[in-house]
Design a protein around this ligand. Sequence first.
Ligand code: NAP
Length: 455
Amino acid sequence: MTTVRVALLGCGVVGSEVAAALAPGSASLRELEERVGVDLELVGIGVRDVDAPRPGAVDRALLTDDTSGLVSRADVVVELMGGMEPARSLILDALRQGASVVTANKALLAAQGPALHTAAAGSGVAVHYEAAVAGAVPIIAPLRVSLAGDRVTRVLGIVNGTTNYVLDAMDTSGAELADALASAQDLGYAEADPTADVDGYDAAAKAVLLARLAFHAAVPLDAVHREGIMGVTAADVASARQEGMVIKLLAIAERCPEAPGADGHEAGHGGHPEGLQVRVHPALVPRTHPLAGVREAFNAVFVEADAAGELMFYGRGAGGAPTSSAVLGDLVAAVRDHLDERPARSRAGGADLPVCAISAARTRYHVRLDVADRPGVLATVAEVFAEHGVSIETVRQHAKRDGEESPVSNEPAEGAVLAVTTHEAREGDLAATVARLAELDAVAAVASVLRVEGV
Ligand code: NAP
């Protein structure tokens, strides 16, 4: 019987689960072998420290720190080390020698995806990466295969479990962000250094992968507009609640009607008729939208397509066992690739849609203003919105309550709070409106500006 040799790079949170599933003689290995119809041999597990403690199900005899030697002995390589190097070089070595690769490394894929896919295509093999976006949630295959015959118009994702956990805790408890983040760290939902999550870097890398698959477009990581959650306050969450909404960190990739140049100016007639917008930021989402029900550290990706309409993929976005489910699914696909010796199905991603600047985005906004509590202020504020072509949908005003602090100075408050929700407007027009509002005598401070999505 044919034997397919599998090399595993990494034996951490995810790798140790995969190592256990592929352990020689295990029931899970037998089941996988039945599914692919051949024997699978785990030829080694690449790690930094072969003497470090490992879970009991890991076969220590397979551990090695000679990762290059390990790759050279494999038909399929599963990369679960993370980081840029040596993961990038090892994956390229594997692809050049004709081994298909499975990886969960979103950071590497976002930065180097086209180069990896080109190398794979050159050898007639593929890079599989279902676990790189939303962990166990199958979203890569639906976008790459199931929806390949449709025209996707928009993808909205909650793709970072840590930030969703923190924002959900703020929504349910009324806590400030620092307290919600500290309790997420205590419970293991957030890292000691949460920067990659709370500043939106992790979600931006996943947004690149979603955009590439949904729109067949090459999107550089630095073209993603990125805002994290650190500016979200308990007052923002409370204001969203009063509007019947909840705040989520969203990764959004959508078609925009016209493609502006990199400087934000619209393209001329010779320009592309349509562009692509990729952005990551906190946004208000109506509680009636399916994404609003994504609680705690769960992930979901909401897809809008011309023929299919609206679809949502939901599940656990991280953790060793859920992520290993996606990795093992990819392993089955990679083994089948190897056995079929089919030509490459990977593609570098066409560059047919230019990326629009954030100033061209069109969405709704929720603007909270700290204003003087006197007659005429509302009219003055409304006039500024109108002057800039931004149409107001609702306005809510309340006098500041006893003890309520100014959002800027933290002084005990006087005056009123105006919460304005707009109809759809162009980001550039909204930014000009906010700049003008900040100059008004009647406006003590622009407390916050948040986008509203999913309306
Ligand atoms: P991890 O726990 O930090 O494990 C990394 C493993 O790689 C360790 O076994 C480490 O060896 C090994 N390694 C790192 N650098 C190495 C080097 N230079 N040479 C040899 N071995 C090296 O990472 P993880 O959480 O399992 O994540 C793995 C990948 O999956 C990452 O790309 C991550 O983004 C992705 N992912 C993770 C999750 C999750 O829930 N954790 C979810 C989705 C995707 P030692 O054990 O000897 O240190």
